[in-house]
Write a protein that binds this ligand. Structure first.
Ligand SMILES: Nc1ncnc2c1ncn2[C@@H]1O[C@H](COP(=O)(O)OP(=O)(O)OP(=O)(O)O)[C@@H](O)[C@H]1O
Length: 272
C-alpha cells in the first residue's frame, strides 16, 4: 500500500549569491514565497506548515497561483527536496514527471531514449522492451525511432516523451504542468492513455492550471497559497473557491460524458 505523510514541513531556499537588499527589492511584492528578513542571507520560504496524509487511490489536484509552492511541494513529495523543518514519509516508488523531456539524450535514437527514460521513471529494461512496440505505434514516429533524437522536431520529441510516460506502471505518480503544454490535437489522442495511466497508479498528485485535465484525472484538491495549504477538499469545492466560480459548469459535453456526469447532475449539485 502506498502512502504519503507530511508533518509540519517547511522548505526554505537560502539565496547565497544575492545582495540582500537588491534581492528583497526584486522579489518582494511579486506573487510567490515569503522572503525572510531575520537572517543575513535572504531566505525564500517556499513552503511552510505543510501537513498532508495521502493514501492508496487518492487522486489529488494541486492548484494555486504562480509561485504558490506547487512545484516545490511536488519535489518534496518526490524526495528531491528534504524538508528544512518538519518531516515527511513516502511509502511507495515515486515516478516524478516534472518535465516530459527530462532524461532524454539528443545523441541516441528514439528507441534507446524510450529505454533510458523508462529506467529513469523506475521501470526495468525488460519491462520497457516489452512496451516498445506499443509506444512506437502510439507515437506514429515510424523510421524516425531509429534516428538520433536531435533530428526530431519539438512536437516529435513530445510524442515520444508522452508515449513513454503513459506506458509506465507507477506506484505514486507525481505530475507537474508539463503535460498541459502538449499540442492539443496530440493530447486528445493521449487522453485515454493518460486516463489509463492514472487508473493503474496507486496514487496521483497533479499540479495543473487546466480545469479539463484536473476534473478528468483528480477527485480531491489542495489549494496552495503563499507556501501554505489554504484549503483541501473535494475537487469541485476547492476549484470553485479558488476560481471564484464553479468550473464544472463550463465543461464541454464531451468532458462531462467522460467523467460520467451530465449537465443535469452538475446543475443539481450547484451550491451544495
Ligand atoms: N530553487 C529555488 N531557489 C530559490 N527559490 C525558489 C526555488 N524554487 C522555487 N523557489 C521559490 O519558491 C516559491 C514557490 O515556487 P514554486 O515553483 O513551488 O511555485 P509554483 O506554485 O509551482 O508556481 P508556478 O505555478 O509558477 O509553477 C516561489 O517564490 C519561488 O520563487
Amino acid at each position: 500500500m502506498v502512502s504519503i505523510d507530511v508533518w509540519n514541513a517547511a522548505v526554505d531556499f537560502p539565496i547565497f549569491d544575492a545582495k540582500s537588499r537588491s534581492l528583497k527589492k526584486a522579489v518582494l511584492g511579486r506573487a510567490g514565497g515569503k522572503i525572510g528578513t531575520d537572517s543575513r542571507v535572504p531566505v525564500i520560504e517556499a513552503l511552510h506548515d505543510i501537513n498532508m496524509s495521502l493514501r492508496e487511490g487518492d487522486r489529488v489536484a494541486l492548484v494555486g497561483h504562480n509561485g504558490a509552492g506547487k512545484s516545490t511541494l511536488l519535489r518534496l513529495l518526490s524526495g528531491i527536496y528534504e524538508p528544512t523543518r518538519g518531516s515527511s514519509r513516502v511509502v511507495g516508488k515515486v515516478a516524478p514527471v516534472f518535465d516530459l523531456g527530462v532524461g532524454m539524450d539528443p545523441e541516441i535514437s528514439g528507441y534507446e531514449n524510450i529505454i533510458i527514460r523508462g529506467l529513469f521513471l523506475g521501470m526495468s529494461r525488460k519491462e520497457m522492451e516489452k512496451r516498445i512496440d506499443d509506444i512506437a505505434e502510439f507515437t506514429e514516429l515510424g523510421d524516425y525511432l531509429a534516428m538520433p533524437l536531435r533530428t526530431y522536431s519539438t512536437g516529435m520529441r513530445v510524442r515520444l516523451a508522452l508515449g513513454v510516460v503513459t506506458s509506465i506502471d507507477p506506484e505514486i505518480l507525481i505530475l507537474d504542468e508539463g503535460i498541459g503544454a502538449v499540442d492539443a490535437e496530440f493530447l486528445e489522442k493521449a487522453r485515454d492513455r493518460l486516463n489509463d495511466l492514472v487508473k493503474r497508479s496507486g496514487m496521483l498528485v497533479f499540479a495543473s492550471h487546466s480545469d479539463e485535465f484536473l476534473v478528468e484525472l483528480c477527485s480531491t484538491a489542495i489549494w496552495m497559497d503563499k507556501g501554505g495549504i489554504r484549503e483541501e477538499g473535494s475537487l469541485r469545492e476547492v476549484l470553485t473557491h479558488y476560481k471564484g466560480y464553479d468550473p464544472f459548469n463550463n465543461l464541454s459535453e464531451e468532458t462531462l460524458a467522460r467523467i460520467g456526469e451530465s449537465r443535469a447532475t452538475i446543475g443539481s449539485e450547484e451550491g451544495s
